[in-house]
Design a protein around this ligand. Structure first.
Ligand code: ZN
Ligand code: ZN
Length: 304
């Protein structure tokens, strides 16, 4: 179901991406078959990566939206990372395939054939990709879906590399420089490799419970300090991301004889402030009486 104010739901956009990638893949493969260009071949292979990526995003979005259950009490948000790691591996494989093909072409150059229609088909595929990439980024932002925004940005880098290939092939045809085509393929492969590595790195960070970045950590500390009136200090602050969710936990030291009621009031105030400032924050606070408080961890304590 589409949310209020937006035309499409994340699931519809994810399925739209699969359809667009299939179309683009078909067009680009045709363009390669017509021209024999290894540059256009690398471009077509890149579209297989996009197809895999959009399938991964669709799976991630449908899994992610499953509510927490008995077996997965923290929700299913990490599904997004698993699909992104798979996507990264596929991207790396595609890059390797291009390296192999480009090396062969460099050793045994093939003449480029009837290029014009091929180039037009490839350009049409590029336009389709570009329009869809803009849609994904726009609606992804509206729907607050990092997976869709990332997919759109990823598509956009493909549009740029396709453009580079088209310009290069035209140049190769005009100048008769055979080696330009495989050289472009190498460049595309390197770019694809870089994208794949970035995806794998980010997703592994998420799977390994990487903390929030410095800036967000400082924001969290400031909010805790500003809303903990009545408490003495906070320590052992730990954070981690799981997809769109930010888990935050820490110990709050209160005067030894404060009532549970009052300590809980303070906790609720901090929780509300954190949840308002940080999207999808899940906060757990462990309350300690002053006379039972222990030494804080290496990061020290926040005195209130
Ligand atoms: Zn403690
Ligand atoms: Zn409570």
């Amino acid at each position: 179901m589409a949310r209020q104010g937006t035309l499409f739901s994340p699931k519809q956009l994810a399925i739209g991406s699969i359809v667009v990638s299939l179309l683009v893949l078909g067009l680009k493969y045709l363009a390669y078959a017509m021209t024999n260009s290894v540059g256009l071949y690398s471009d077509a292979l890149e579209s297989i990566v996009n197809l895999a990526a959009s399938i991964a995003v669709a799976i991630a979005i449908s899994l992610r939206d499953k509510p927490a259950d008995h077996n997965h009490p923290y929700g299913h948000d990490k599904a997004e990372y698993i699909s992104a790691v798979l996507e990264g591996v596929l991207i790396v494989l595609a890059a390797l395939a291009i390296f192999v093909e480009a090396s062969e072409t460099l050793l045994n150059p093939r003449p480029l054939q009837i290029p014009i229609l091929g180039l037009v088909l490839n350009a049409a595929a590029g336009v389709l990709n570009g329009v869809w990439a803009l849609m994904l980024v726009r609606y992804g932002r509206k729907l607050r879906s990092p997976a869709l925004v990332a997919d759109g940005k990823h598509l956009f880098t493909d549009v740029l590399s396709s453009l580079g290939i088209l310009i290069g092939i035209t140049f190769a045809l005009l100048t008769g420089l055979d080696w330009l085509d495989p050289l472009l393929a190498f460049l595309v492969a390197a770019m694809i490799l870089w994208t794949g590595w970035g995806l794998i790195r980010n997703s592994l960070g998420g799977l390994m419970d990487e903390a929030v970045d410095e800036e967000e950590l400082e924001q969290i500390q400031t909010i805790i300090m500003a809303h903990a009136d009545g408490a003495i200090e906070a320590h052992d602050l730990r954070t981690r991301h799981a997809g769109r969710i930010t888990f935050i936990e820490f110990h709050l030291v209160v005067p030894s004889h404060m009532t549970v009621f009052n300590a809980h009031e303070i906790c609720d105030k901090i929780e509300d402030a954190l949840e308002e400032a940080i999207q999808n924050a899940h906060v757990v606070i462990h309350v300690e009486p002053e006379n039972k408080a222990h030494e804080p961890d290496a990061d020290g304590s926040m005195v209130i």
